[in-house]
Unconditional design. Structure first.
Length: 303
């Protein structure tokens, strides 16, 4: 099997997949300029790259989209679909079939599902890498582990270079949305909720606001703006209050704890913790411990 003279890559299957691989290369190639109809779908996920020309993608029950040069899309296994070129457009459409137990979770995690066409920066880079994968067996590179690593890295790089849904050219049955790095007026966004979640999960650790911002794809300045919009405080103030509230609850549940133990539990130095606790609640943690112990002693005496 060889590359045809017209530059198209013939359908190429790889060897039997290694069951130990979470994802593996199933096939690779390019489609001729003719309609492709798959009423029963395909056995694995397919990642398509549209290099030049134009075509149309139809997924029954989901929608019909025009596909332009410089776009990519993914088709899930077992899903009926068809695609066809616009007449005389010179549509170059490449595909990579990817199998394995982890493919779905990886594609979902990096945002390549659902299957609407998305704009992709630097298409030539990815077309070249697809061609290299096709030629690998001819150069003696048939190791499944190596191919798995190449495919995984390719997915990550495509996700990073994906532009947005904008310009996907939906004809019917689909909705497009623009994905921006920072949604300036959306304090209830998924990324902001994730920042809150990270703080609640890791408040006991030396968690800096800049690390929270990096983890959710925001700048510190933007994250602080969202905290002001939503809670009226900075991100640092929110995290400090969260830690102090956790400390107060800990004292209520563990009245025999020492101030030092509570400070260590929430990741604060003891003297700083005492000052901040008094500022937040109007009394020192030592006094609160004493009051809670006295209350418990009175209750025990009463009983």
């Amino acid at each position: 099997m060889s590359e045809r003279n017209d530059g198209m890559l013939a359908f190429r299957l790889t060897g039997l997949p290694d069951s130990r691989l979470p994802l593996y290369l199933y096939c690779v190639g390019t489609h001729e300029e003719k309609p492709q109809l798959r009423p029963d779908g395909f056995p694995v996920y397919q990642l398509f790259l549209s290099r030049t020309g134009m075509g149309k993608l139809k997924i029954p029950g989901k929608g019909v989209w025009s596909v332009n040069a410089g776009q990519m899309f993914v088709i899930e296994p077992g899903i009926a679909y068809e695609h066809m070129p616009h007449s005389k457009s010179g549509w170059e459409l490449g595909y990579i079939g990817i199998g394995g137990e982890s493919v779905e979770s990886v594609l979902h995690a990096v945002g390549l599902l659902p299957s609407e066409p998305r704009n992709l920066k630097d298409m030539e880079q990815f077309w070249s890498r697809m061609t290299d994968i096709w030629h690998a067996p001819d150069q003696g590179h048939t190791d499944g582990w190596n191919n798995s690593a190449l495919i995984y890295q390719l997915i990550l790089d495509i996700a990073r270079c994906r532009v947005s849904h904008e310009g996907a050219g939906s004809l019917e049955g689909s909705q497009t949305s623009v994905i921006t790095a920072e949604k300036e007026n959306d304090p209830g966004s998924e990324a902001f909720a994730r920042a809150i979640e990270l703080m609640h999960v890791h408040y006991q650790e030396d968690l800096l606001l800049k690390h929270v911002a990096e983890a959710v794809g925001y700048s510190v300045q933007h994250l602080n703006r969202l905290f002001h919009q939503k809670h009226g405080v900075t991100g640092h103030q929110y995290m400090q209050r969260l830690r102090l509230q956790k400390a107060s609850k800990w004292l209520a549940d563990h009245p025999q704890s020492s101030v030092k133990e509570v400070a260590e539990m929430i990741g604060m130095e003891a003297n700083y913790f005492i000052r901040m606790f008094k500022r937040e609640f109007g009394e020192t943690p030592g006094k609160e411990i004493k009051q809670r112990n006295q209350l418990k002693a009175n209750q025990d005496s009463h009983h």
